[in-house]
Design a protein around this ligand. Structure first.
Ligand code: NOJ
Length: 494
């Protein structure tokens, strides 16, 4: 049955019209509740609200939205190369044009504003700034980000910049083997320092690397992401170490070149370990599992050492590392960004050496449209809570959360993505539990502002709050954009 079936045509078009503006039917009508009914208890709203300083944003990344891959002397990235290699992208698309955000950024800033968002997480494309990865900076490439920042700030939207969202300059891949070389980590730090010096008058929050683990595992392990390599275990472990080192060197470069007040941290997809049943023993076991299963990334970044279990299981394949390296990797950070999509494991306490068992997922476990995206909203509570409990992290941003959906337009042309709303609502309720218990989450950036190029899944997997017609570049709010607008307006789960 279609949503709104049974309403008069006038009522329906009123609702549909207000959806087009991204506002709720009720507030569009009169802004007043029905006075014949007793007012709803206000404590419902209070119970689900977020701290008054909580930031509501949206998120994207350069290669996924910008298009304009040859404009203004941008260099080639490993993703341009990969997407143009036959057989790599599910729907045979590429991001040559993507959302054409490079030319439409002003319109896109208005999309954020229409939802009431006051923060935006984007990434800077390294090959626009240094087309060859190193050498002389390209002022035209930098200018795009100057224009974008000015537009954001003029519209009251606080920029959060990611320095590396996977679009390595191809030249560094060709000459150095990409992250297989320490020199790539050093080049990353130089680029990070330069961008920070240029932009930190307006950007106060800088993320170093987005999802280290995915770029390592899918880029160099399975080969499904760029650069499409399948390295043996020792080399793969070295890539992981070099990426972590790149993070640490970039933290230091941001500190060295940032204006006063510049803050820096990673944006990680932590392996999220949920206690299967919330008992003290399982909670403790899930914390132990969190530490061990994130050993190559967050644990070494936050503790300055690889765990014994990690080194023992790597054996002869352990990465070549020095005390100086792990000091760099664990350079002090100001916050941690977390991309939270799904519970990676449900954990049960066990009387064994690590002290936990990972429950196998039953085949019947529910998932969203992507099969990897198991529905477990409680991941949104446990991931930040464990960061705070295990490592004492004092400032956390949820840098991504969302789902792809089939998003078929209805007969009226609109996308009633109630599955995405169900997903977001439930995750947000668990985030609200976290903030109400004092877990220091400062803001939330749903993925994504608009449909875009979903890496090896191409343009057909849609994650946006706005629908994008890639032929006409028309952006249309989905129902989830209205939902998110309500959340922001109430500062509470809607
Ligand atoms: C995480 C990545 O950072 C982002 O680029 C990607 O589109 C989403 N996950 C969805 O897969």
């Amino acid at each position: 049955m279609m949503p709104f079936e049974g309403l008069s045509r006038r009522q329906f078009s009123g609702i549909a019209g207000s959806l087009a503006l991204g506002i709720s039917a009720r507030s569009a009508k009169s802004g007043q509740a029905d006075s014949s009914k007793p007012a709803r208890p206000t404590n419902r709203r209070l119970a689900s609200s977020f701290p008054s300083t909580f930031l509501w944003g949206t998120a994207t990344s350069a290669y996924q939205i910008e298009g304009a891959v040859k404009d203004d002397e941008r260099g080639q990235s490993i993703w341009d190369h990969h997407a143009h290699t036959p057989g790599t992208i599910l729907d045979h698309s590429n991001a040559d044009h993507a959302c054409d955000h490079y030319h439409r950024y002003k319109e896109d800033v208005q999309l954020m504003k229409a939802m009431g968002a006051t923060a935006y997480r984007f990434s800077v494309a390294w090959p626009r700034i240094f087309p060859e990865g190193v050498g002389s900076p390209n002022p035209k490439g930098l200018d795009f980000y100057n224009r974008l920042l000015d537009e954001l700030l003029a519209n009251g939207i606080e920029p959060f910049a990611t320095l590396y969202h996977w679009d390595l300059p191809q030249s560094l891949q060709d000459r150095l083997g990409g992250w297989a070389s320490r020199d790539t980590a050093k080049a990353f730090a130089d680029y990070a320092g330069y961008v920070t010096a240029q932009l930190s008058d307006r950007v106060k929050h800088i993320f170093t690397i987005n999802e280290c683990s995915r770029l390592v595992h899918l880029g160099y392990g399975t080969g499904s992401d760029a650069p499409g390599l399948r390295l043996p275990q020792q080399e793969l472990n070295q890539v992981r170490h070099n990426v972590a080192l790149g993070h640490g060197l970039a933290v230091q470069a941001v500190r060295a070149h940032g204006r006063v007040g510049t803050m820096v941290g990673p944006a990680e997809n932590m392996v999220t370990c949920v206690p299967a049943i919330e008992t003290p023993a399982n909670v403790r076991a899930a914390e132990i599992a969190t530490r061990e299963l994130n050993a190559g990334y967050l644990t070494v970044m936050l503790e300055g050492q690889y765990t014994d279990a990690f080194l023992a299981s790597a054996g002869n394949n352990a990465p070549k590392s020095t005390a100086e390296d792990v000091n760099i990797i664990s350079s002090p950070i100001d916050f941690v960004g977390l991309n939270v999509y799904t519970p990676d494991h449900y954990v049960v306490a066990a009387d064994n050496e690590p002290g936990f068992t990972l429950a196998p997922f039953p085949a019947s476990f529910p998932h969203m449209e992507p099969t990897w995206l198991r529905i477990g909203p409680e991941a949104m509570y446990w991931a930040p809570r464990q960061l705070a409990e295990v490592w004492g992290v004092k400032s956390i941003y949820i840098t991504e959360n969302g789902t792809s959906a089939t998003d078929e337009p209805a007969i009226d042309g609109r996308v009633y993505d109630v599955d995405r709303i169900m997903y977001l609502r439930n995750y947000l309720m668990h985030l609200q539990r976290a903030t109400s218990e004092g877990v220091p989450v400062q803001g939330y950036f749903p993925w994504s502002l608009m449909d875009n190029f979903e890496w090896s899944d191409g343009l057909e997997k849609r994650y946006g709050l706005y629908h994008v017609d890639f032929k006409t570049q028309r952006r249309t709010p989905k129902l989830s954009a209205s939902f998110y607008r309500e959340v922001i307006a109430r500062n509470a789960v809607a």
